[in-house]
Design a protein around this ligand. Sequence first.
Ligand code: XIL
Length: 367
Amino acid sequence: MNETISRRGMLEGLAALGGAAFAPKAVLARGADNLGTTAASVGVTFGSAAGNQIYSDFSYEHLFGETRLITSEWQFKMAAVQPNQGVYEFWHADNLLNYTVRSARKLKAHCGFWQAFNPSWMSGLSTSQLQYTFDKHIDTIIPRYAGKVYAWDVANEPFWPADNNPGGFGGGPWYQAFGSGWVKRAFQRVSALDPTAKLYLNEAQCDNNGNGLGPVIRPALLNLVSDIKNAGLRIDGVGLESHLDMGMPYDDVQFGAYCNQLAGKDVKISISELDVRDFSLPDDPATRDKAIAARIQSFLTQALKSPAVDQIVTWGLSDKYSWLKGLWLDQRGATFRQPRPLLFDENMQKKAAYTAVGNALNSRKRA
Ligand code: XIL
């Protein structure tokens, strides 16, 4: 196994490690108002995605005391671990793994393969070169973390109906390499190399009724799960990302019913990337916070009616570090208004959305 670690990766990694070495271990607070504790009391693991801010912003890192599981925001993605062809940089992934081990949390490695966030050197590869890259990547990264990561998002967002491929599959390098079979190939090879990690298929858009999105992707995802199972392959869970969008048509009761349909395929369900896009809402922060909290409570209450829903993972904990900040500026160009998608505000203070998650979790107790 040729694991060349670049000088840049080493320097970056040492810097990150230095930060991590001094980052206080998030205390697993077991107070009554801790979401991790409340979630555990109803059979749910509460977690959040984490970027490298946890090593530099201790006020942010402290919030992770609420969590029992961490999803890597980007550290295990192809562009991060293989930025140059055949040159692997594991520093960021290793550092996050070390952080989760030190703080007694489970780590979900996100993600094996995605149509996006791939390194630029891949753009000119032929189909056979992409096929080699796919297999070699799995053969290199999965054994390194076998038995260490709790789970893998093996395949991320396989569907994108706008690409007009049969079955609604998205295009991209892996579809070019193997057609829609790239998903099953990934599950087969990852399972063989790490028999202990929980294997997830992760998909977006299932929470809305947008044109060509939820209504198309939901049935396609059900069929893909059946396809994977019928091939005799192991799939332990499905992640429904749940990047809720207040500007899109939605039906949370319908989503809850979909969770039951999915559960019928004998998979666990993770609400895997929860946040709320508020671009369509008025500027007033209090108005936005109230609407976002109401939607989160409604959405999660319906989802939690399905016993198969056993993970709730937000895509970050504070508005300060939400990935949506970049998208807002891309789409609107305005700098005066920042999105308010998460449970804690820019000053790490709890918002109504935090209470909404707790209320939804407690609704399971009354079911
Ligand atoms: C995003 C990260 O949050 C960003 O930091 C990165 O620049 C791009 O990817 N769905 C996914 C995640 O499955 O991997 C994406 O994460 C958000 C959408």
